[in-house]
Design a protein around this ligand. Structure first.
Ligand SMILES: [Zn+2]
Length: 273
């Protein structure tokens, strides 16, 4: 598959309309740093964020983008519009949906709605099997929400990578050659977003600790974290204002309560680019 073909899959990735294997392959490609696909993802994200406004003549709110995933969760009323009205209908702002949205999204949304309605109906009828069905529904919802979480992370990461005020610290594995991480500065929130991949799992009383380094070599403890079962982690952290500029960052293993000075070995390390 080439990146032109991947472009058509981006909106489906965002509305969780891909097969798990397909979604995983696409996420891996994006995590690999393809800038073209990062742009396609941002483009799909922007189109989806404005989709409800293209269907309903409502002025976009300033905080529209922050609510992206909430809005995707509200696709049930959107789907009703898509079925009752010509899909190419223009909103007041004159936004025209690209062909792939008109084609792909209604089908994806309709499939989701059908699934949810069917699941709810079945629970209603089969009272005796409530337990089993409830558990399945909770499992499906849990999987969907963790996929939402990963999609949100990708969207944020893409936005920060494309920001004109980009500040990036790329960290390579030291004690763990397979591991990697990046910290991205979020000027709006005055916070660092930290993404780590392929870290080894830890003992129950251990945690990884993220440290920032000032230009004068001061080591500032930022946050402790534990990777998920895939060895990945995502945390957002703010430093005290008096820390000032940072020149780099590194990750050590520490007791899970955290420490004020690094004591464990260094697993990841990198300089501000
Ligand atoms: Zn690509």
């Amino acid at each position: 598959m080439n990146c032109e073909q991947r472009r058509d899959l981006m909106p489906l990735l965002l509305v969780d309309g891909l097969e798990p294997a397909e979604a995983a392959a696409l996420r891996a490609h994006l995590a690999g740093g393809c800038t073209r696909c990062a742009a396609y993802l941002a483009e799909a994200d922007a189109t989806l964020a404005y989709l409800p406004y293209a269907l309903e003549p409502v002025a976009p709110a300033a905080a529209a983008r922050e609510q992206l995933m909430d809005r995707i969760a509200q696709h049930v009323p959107v789907a009703a519009h898509l079925r009752n009205a010509p899909p190419a209908r223009r909103g007041r702002g004159g936004l025209r949906m690209p062909a792939w949205v008109r084609k792909a999204l209604p089908a994806a949304v309709a499939a989701c709605v059908t699934f949810i309605v069917t699941a709810k109906y079945m629970i209603g009828v089969q009272h005796t099997h409530d337990d089993v069905l409830q558990k399945q529904l909770v499992k499906v919802q849990g999987e969907a929400s963790s996929r939402d979480q990963r999609n949100r992370e990708l969207v944020t990461q893409t936005e920060l990578l494309q920001s004109p005020s980009l500040r990036l610290i790329r960290m390579d594995g030291v004690a763990q050659p397979k591991a990697s991480a990046r910290a991205l500065w979020d000027a709006r929130r005055q916070a660092w977003h930290f993404y780590a991949y392929n870290l080894d799992t830890l003992g129950p009383k251990e945690a990884y600790e993220l440290w920032f380094v000032t230009p004068y070599g001061r080591k500032v403890p930022a946050i402790t974290f534990r990777p998920n079962e895939l060895g990945n982690a995502y945390v957002v952290t703010s430093l005290d204002k008096d820390v000032g500029p940072v020149a780099g960052a590194f990750v050590t293993d520490e007791p899970s309560v955290g420490t004020m000075q690094p004591t464990g070995s260094t697993h990841l390390s990198g300089k501000l680019e």
